[in-house]
Design a protein around this ligand. Structure first.
Ligand code: AMP
Ligand code: ZN
Length: 153
């Protein structure tokens, strides 16, 4: 059995609540969210730290984080912003040695500091939360399709 829990999630051998997946990336809810909707984006191939990560794949991970942060504003989560955080290495408090980008939706007035938030985790409704993020992604896709139609002669 693969010792890496995130590789096991990719292989479907460990449970997760996925919100997005493509050929190279997978995004799922953090098991101990610091805010409802806290999502992790990982490369499907194992890379422990940035030193092991292909730079183009890193750019793809950030692109997906950008998109998810926008989706969190559109869906029922109605986020006003997001923290995108990548802890690289144990010195940076990385606890799971498979690169992951945290996308943490924020609301005006939620006032928690991210460091404190990592200590005070909140309970949540994973199925409903994932559904609202997926709805936000679909709304983004609709907007993009309308924009493309609008630019066609
Ligand atoms: P980091 O400190 O940046 O390495 O964060 C690791 C994150 O992975 C933490 O926020 C954990 O709650 C989260 N985590 C650990 N195991 C799982 C899992 N099996 N499914 C989802 N999230 C996990
Ligand atoms: Zn792994």
């Amino acid at each position: 059995m693969n010792a890496c829990v995130f590789c096991r999630i990719v292989a479907g051998e460990a449970p997760s609540t996925k919100v997005y997946e493509d050929d190279t990336l997978c995004a799922f809810l953090d098991i101990r969210p610091i805010a409802t909707g806290h999502t992790l984006i990982i490369p499907k191939t194992h890379a422990a730290e940035l030193d092991d990560l292909d730079a183009d794949l890193g750019a793809e991970i950030f692109r997906a984080g950008h998109r998810l942060a926008l989706a969190m504003r559109r869906g029922a989560l109605a986020a006003d912003g997001a923290n995108l955080i990548l802890n690289d290495g144990r010195a940076a408090f990385q606890t799971v040695p498979h690169i992951h980008l945290h996308v943490i939706p924020r609301r005006k007035g939620d006032l928690f500091g991210v460091t404190k938030g990592f200590l005070l985790r909140r309970s949540h409704d994973p199925a409903g939360t994932a559904a609202s993020i997926r709805a936000g992604l679909a709304a983004l896709d609709d907007d993009n399709a309308r924009d493309i139609e609008g630019t066609q002669p």
